[in-house]
Design a protein around this ligand. Structure first.
Ligand SMILES: CC(C)(COP(=O)(O)OP(=O)(O)OC[C@H]1O[C@@H](n2cnc3c(N)ncnc32)[C@H](O)[C@@H]1OP(=O)(O)O)[C@@H](O)C(=O)NCCC(=O)NCCS
Length: 442
């Protein structure tokens, strides 16, 4: 399966009337903020303040404005406030592909910029905003929603589940000792403009093998390359790997912080490392671990199953910290489950609870010998008490979708109800092509 040819245009999706009414009942206005109007400055101000940021310069604000094509910005305004042009609640969404299995993608309602002014907290504004996004996306036919979070306790209540954990690495470079491959290709320093292009090219070439990863957007490559308008980062350096046949296969973006107490033990931080193939991967990580004057290598947003651990002589040189990162929320059960393939044939009946109603019901998944799944809604007769029944919330089903957690683990954690045999079948059937990951924030 490839990307959907005609994709929902987020800016054309109307506001959810229920959230509009809920906020109006509290004297608040819920509206779409036009990208090309004056209101955008107030919206940007609110988002910056919400994420504890500083005021932006006109150049930064213009760069941000230029990056918003395809986004749907929603603001909650308090007409009684001292700054009625600055919203007291914000959310931003657009549609981009998320990888669900090898070269299988789903269009995802990608939610960002969720803020509520600290003067208006805990009055249900975030709830109205989140529920409004999910209902609007569902109405528009978008099958799944996703976000990355600053706090892990906020979004489960809306049906989001952790679909991908990621790892931060801290590597004692002196201790690690490279024992991995030494590929034949070459490494070259490149400038940030070339880095920006290579990141885009390599993400497109490789994301199909990384469940949970995303299509990205043009501004993301600009930022990772340290080229944010009005806020360039001169510390960003880049190296490209070209294979023996002359093909660009990998790119590394990094910064270095000097250790003034011991210049031979400076820190190299990997901002992004994208590799198309194992040679490129080995070449890039060998480069950072054997870099002169570097004592420590740090990075984050790495997959949990990366081969690097097995490419160094002393695994205790590597300290790994895991964290939840990509949260997904299934809106259309049949479409999401049919988008991926399964590793063993069989069937299961999901009895799904969903406080927002859109995924509520009983769904039967039949997997054929080739691994294709067909999903049918089977509410009512015949579904209750089936031997292969699994009862679970939409948050848990969303966590299972990419195979980032097994059903047996969720069963043992008391998060789903199923027989051990059914959970075991799910473990095998939902096994991922590789550990789900999300290599970016959005
Ligand atoms: C997090 C934030 C958006 C919540 O906004 P809010 O309008 O105060 O939230 P609501 O009043 O709608 O509360 C909705 C629910 O979330 C819960 N909640 C709100 N903030 C929470 C938090 N920080 N941690 C855990 N739960 C939280 C509430 O208790 C409430 O639960 P309930 O409806 O089940 O009773 C707001 O505090 C904020 O803008 N924080 C700074 C920016 C940020 O962290 N954004 C999130 C980015 S991922």
């Amino acid at each position: 399966m490839t990307a959907t040819p005609s994709r929902t245009s987020a800016p054309d999706v109307p506001l959810d009337p229920r959230s509009k009414q809920a906020l109006a009942d509290r004297g608040l206005e819920y509206r779409i903020v036009p990208i090309d109007g004056d209101e955008l400055d107030g919206y940007r101000n609110a988002v910056g303040r919400g994420f504890l940021g500083e005021r932006s310069t006109p150049e930064v604000a213009q760069g941000w404005r230029d990056s918003l094509g395809g986004s749907r910005l929603v603001g909650v305004h308090d007409p009684q406030g001292a700054e009625p042009g600055v919203p007291v609640g914000t959310v931003n969404a657009w549609v981009m592909d998320v990888t669900v299995d090898a070269d299988s993608f789903l269009p995802m309602w990608s939610i960002s910029a969720v803020t509520v002014s600290s003067t208006h907290r805990r009055r249900g504004i975030a709830r109205a905003l989140l529920e409004g996004e999910l209902r609007a996306a569902h109405e528009a036919g978008v099958p799944i929603a996703g976000l990355t979070v600053s706090e892990a306790t906020i979004y489960g209540r809306y049906g989001f589940g952790v679909a991908a954990h990621t790892a931060s690495w801290n590597i004692d470079a002196r201790r690690a000792g490279w024992i991995g491959p030494r590929p034949d290709g070459r490494l070259d320093h490149i400038e940030r403009e070339a880095l920006q292009r290579d990141l885009d090219t390599l993400n497109a070439a490789t994301r199909g093998s990384r469940p949970g990863d995303i299509e990205g957007w043009s501004r993301l490559w600009v930022e990772l390359a340290g080229l944010t308008p009005g806020k360039p980062d001169p510390k960003v350096r880049a190296v490209r790997y070209t294979d023996a046949q002359g093909e660009m296969r990998g790119v590394l973006a990094y910064t270095v912080s000097e250790n003034e107490a011991d210049f031979t033990r400076s820190t190299l931080h990997v901002v992004a490392a994208l590799a198309d193939g194992t040679d490129a991967y080995a070449a890039l990580w060998r480069y950072v671990l054997e870099h002169d004057l570097i004592g420590t290598v740090t990075t984050s947003l790495r997959a949990l199953d990366e081969p690097l651990r097995w490419m160094i002589a002393d695994q205790r040189a590597l300290t790994v910290t895991e964290r939840d990162h990509h949260w997904l929320r299934i809106l259309d059960v049949a479409r999401c489950l049919q988008a991926r393939r399964y590793r063993v044939p069989g069937s299961v009946t999901f009895s799904v609870s969903d406080a927002l109603g859109m995924a509520e019901g009983t769904w039967r998944l039949e997997v054929d010998a080739a691994g294709s799944g067909v999903v049918e809604k089977v509410d009512g007769a015949g579904s209750a008490g089936a031997d292969d029944q699994v009862s679970l919330g939409i948050s848990e089903l969303s966590s299972l979708l990419l195979g980032g957690v097994t059903a047996s683990t969720l069963l043992a954690a008391g998060r789903i109800e199923a027989s051990p045999g059914t959970a075991r079948w799910l473990d095998l059937a939902f096994a991922p092509v590789s550990a789900p990951v999300l290599s970016y924030w959005y």
